[in-house]
Design a protein around this ligand. Structure first.
Ligand code: PXG
Length: 466
């Protein structure tokens, strides 16, 4: 395993897990985790990985049911990606895209993305994280409406449980109260409506399609309430990811599309998780028939090997922005050549290996079918998902769709048990989410489901449910 031979990342015999944990506790501030929990339990030190498995500092081999953080789409240990980065670093490690300049890899990537993306999407603005890309979208969309002579059209409509990132604007777009509570968010001009989340928000007797229709109607009503002349855009993940894998019924997106078009509201698809094959299509927009005006991409663009994100836009949006002259917006690392070289190699490998076709035709349906076997479990309320992303909603009483209170404790407990069984999931509220590398094999899917059931069994025993 490369991690044990590379002096920069090795876990030398003298450095025990406890020592790493002690250093981590004293000096490292983690995102999204209670520092007191890190202090008490110690961080998990991940020292290497190969294929779909991680290796921790205790030498344990763990199946990565999360593809890192919804991103390591080609799996770990892909030397082609390392070589692409190395070659580019030797040739041109950095140059900016500000001074009417650009590295060839960056230009080529913008061409490849225009070819790969659906519909009229043809232009790319690069950044390094999904959050930066979504911040960029807020600025560019507001400028777009200024240039169109409609400066009142500034408000973004998003959804409860949407995740769009952690910067001020991206967290404002997101629909999490706990995130809004940090930094006095949302900023002005961000509104939230219900998502098409049948299990938790469907009224008794309502079908998923009826909940979907009601969630779409909430967008229409919000536009009416604010006035269409004040609404800039609707933003949505085709499938809500970090918010608990909320898969919309088929009638939801066509309604959103109609409502936005009728009200001259732009459609922004946040494809940070759903992009690059996750749903069995290259983009979630294709899976759900969405004609996006702008798209956010990140994560799977480089399989997470280097940070890179982008805002993609149609000719129609770009032409308005371009006529407005200089766009005073950009990042030092916009279009970073090394990240671009890795993205190009990543996309080349995905095409060469037919990764997206395999997810659509083979591993995706197999994964969904096998995970749905968990529906017979007393603790499982619902299994939902598409392609290689899924959420298992743990519930007190599935027939009544009753959730646990307070929310999140059962999910966190289950997450621990799953790790002890040797598989990583992501617990969000009491939904245990999985988004494995797209290269996962049928045998590894069997391993994932077997370990998932064992972890859920342990959780149910703790709760006295079996
Ligand atoms: N949009 C979506 C749909 C995302 O899932 C972002 C934007 C922001 O990307 P950056 O690169 O700025 O993180 C994301 C990121 C989790 C978790 O706990 C999910 C994400 C990030 C961190 C944690 O599941 N998604």
């Amino acid at each position: 395993m490369t991690a044990t031979t590379n002096p920069a990342t090795a876990n030398p015999a003298g450095t025990a897990t406890a020592q790493w944990q002690d250093l981590d506790r004293r000096h490292h501030v983690h995102p999204f985790i209670d520092p007191r929990v890190v202090a008490e339990k110690g961080t998990r030190v991940i020292v290497g990985a190969e294929g779909r498995h991680l290796v921790d500092s205790e030498g344990r081999r763990i199946l990565d049911g999360m593809g890192g953080l919804w991103c390591v789409n080609l799996g770990y240990g892909r030397e082609e990606l390392a070589r692409a980065a190395y070659d580019q670093m030797v040739e041109l490690p950095y140059y900016n895209t500000f001074f009417r300049s650009a590295p060839p890899a960056t230009i080529e990537l913008s061409r490849v993305l225009a070819e790969l993306t659906p519909g009229a999407i043809a232009h790319t603005f690069f950044s390094s994280s999904g959050s930066e890309a979504n911040d960029t979208i807020v600025r560019l969309v507001r400028r777009y409406w200024d240039l169109r002579g409609k400066p009142e059209k500034k408000t973004f409509i998003s959804r409860t449980y949407a995740y769009h990132g952690s910067t001020m604007a991206a967290a404002s777009l997101g629909g999490f109260e706990a995130m809004h509570a940090v930094g006095d968010l949302p900023l002005p001009g961000f509104e939230h409506v219900m998502p098409p989340y049948w299990f938790a928000m469907g009224t008794p007797g309502e079908t998923p399609e009826e909940t979907g229709a009601r969630a779409a109607r909430a967008v229409e009503e919000k536009i009416a309430e604010l006035g269409a002349d004040r609404v800039a855009a609707f933003i949505g993940e085709p499938v809500i990811g970090a918010g608990g894998v909320i898969v919309p019924p088929d009638n939801y997106w066509p309604e959103i599309q109609r409502i936005c078009r009728e009200n001259d509201v732009l459609i922004v698809c946040d494809e940070v998780i759903t992009g690059f094959g996750r749903t069995g299509e290259w983009f979630g927009a294709q899976k759900f028939g969405i004609e996006a005006d702008l798209m956010t991409i990140a994560k799977g663009l480089t399989s997470g090997y280097l940070p890179m994100s982008a805002v993609l836009m149609t000719d129609a949006v770009y032409d308005v922005l371009a006529e407005g002259g200089v766009i005073p917006h950009g990042y030092t690392y916009s279009g970073h050549p090394v990240a671009a070289a890795v993205a190009l190699e990543n996309l080349r490998l995905m095409k060469e290996e037919g990764v997206v076709d395999r997810v659509r035709e083979d591993t995706g349906p197999y994964f969904q079918a096998r995970l749905r076997e968990l529906n017979d479990h007393p603790l499982v309320g619902e299994v939902r998902g598409v392609g290689l992303v899924a959420g298992v909603e743990l519930s007190k009483d599935k027939t009544r769709r009753e959730l646990f209170e307070p929310m999140g404790q059962v999910g966190a407990l289950c997450h621990e048990h799953l790790y002890d069984e040797g598989v990583v999931f992501r617990a969000m509220r009491d939904v245990i989410c999985t988004s494995p590398p797209l290269t996962i094999t049928r045998d590894e899917i069997d391993e994932l489901v077997t370990k998932a059931r064992a972890g859920i069994d342990r959780t149910a025993r703790d709760l006295g449910m079996m």
